[in-house]
Design a protein around this ligand. Structure first.
Ligand SMILES: [Zn+2]
Length: 322
């Protein structure tokens, strides 16, 4: 039996503290239990040379396999005997990957920015926006869900990306949590205020979806402003129908129609009932007013705008199979 202990010069005097027979650190050749590989700490410590653009990187195969499903599959295939693949002479070429992009991905894989670990872990959140976008792209392409989640979380919590950019990233990298809110925000944004780059981020198909929906919303809002919903037609005591009709229509325009067309803070259609209930309608018979307002509570007309917006969210999600 061989006992491995820390290297001690047998001629040196023994320290007069501690046990005279130190506990073995490891034992070789004992009866062999049924060993199994640890699920996490069982590294493939080969290194391979990869080329991204004109830059060579020599990194651990195991690290990449651990994080990326694509690398797990590809690097699991044994190389041909005598193959020089993965050496400096014959590097594995990463197609369509810029050196800076691969460097960003490796910064995350190796977590070099947080090494050694600090008490605050502040270093782990120093990735800039560009680095995170690289991590997102390569993690997505290489089926590294941890990297996708990390990059999205960092971008979401530490940066204020334009809605058009969030929409682009959400559609491209299948992160539907960003798509709905971005579409709703863009439906509320005049397209004349977007830069060319932002319009480009939205992309042609989505731009068409949004402009059509905006047209439909505008048409519905114009109809709503111009034509008040039919009021309750019950005849109440003292009611002169033509007069109540006239007051109903005129007040609608002055209290609702003008707000719908307000140049800086247009009233959303869903906000109409709240305004109606604090509008006096001077001269109308109170019973006529109450009956007409009661008939409009929860009226589907006021949901028109929201329904159009949710429909376009659904269309865009479906278009990108999200
Ligand atoms: Zn009346």
């Amino acid at each position: 039996m061989t006992i491995l202990t820390s290297t001690v010069d047998p001629t040196s005097p023994k320290p007069d503290v501690g046990p005279s027979n130190p506990t073995p650190v490891a034992v070789r050749g004992a009866s062999r239990p049924d060993y199994k590989r640890h699920s996490l700490f069982w590294f493939d410590d080969r290194t391979m040379v990869y080329a991204a653009g004109d830059v060579l990187f020599r990194v651990s195969v195991g690290r990449l396999r651990y994080h990326s499903e694509v690398f797990y599959q590809i690097m699991g295939i044994p190389a041909a005997p005598g193959s020089k693949e993965g050496t400096e002479e014959v590097p594995l070429v990463l197609v369509n990957v810029a050196p800076k992009e691969f460097e960003s991905f490796l910064r995350w894989v190796y977590n070099v920015d947080a090494s050694p670990l600090t008490s605050s872990l502040a270093a782990s959140t120093t990735f800039d926006e560009e680095t995170l976008l690289h991590i997102l792209k390569l993690s997505h392409n290489w089926e590294c869900q941890d990297g996708v989640d990390f990059a999205f979380h960092q971008l979401d919590t530490r940066f204020s990306l334009a809605e058009s950019h969030k929409l682009q990233l959400g559609c491209r990298y299948k992160f539907r949590e960003w798509v709905g809110p971005a579409v709703r925000a863009l439906m509320d944004t005049p397209f004349s205020s977007l830069s060319f780059d932002q319009s480009d981020q939205i992309g042609f198909h989505t731009y068409v979806f949004l402009t059509k929906a905006k047209d439909t919303v505008l048409k519905e809002r114009s109809l709503m402003a111009a034509f008040p919903p039919v009021r309750n037609q019950d005849v109440h005591k003292g009611c002169i129908e033509a007069r109540c009709d006239r007051i109903w229509s005129e007040t609608w325009w002055s209290s609702i129609g003008m707000r719908i067309f307000h140049p800086t803070s247009p009233l959303p259609l869903i906000g109409i009932p709240a305004i109606l209930h604090r509008t006096p309608y001077p001269g109308i018979i109170p019973e006529c007013r109450e009956a007409s307002l009661a008939a409009l509570v929860n009226h589907p007309l006021f949901l028109t705008e929201i329904n159009i917006i949710e429909e376009v969210v659904g269309s865009i999600l479906a278009h990108y199979a999200l």
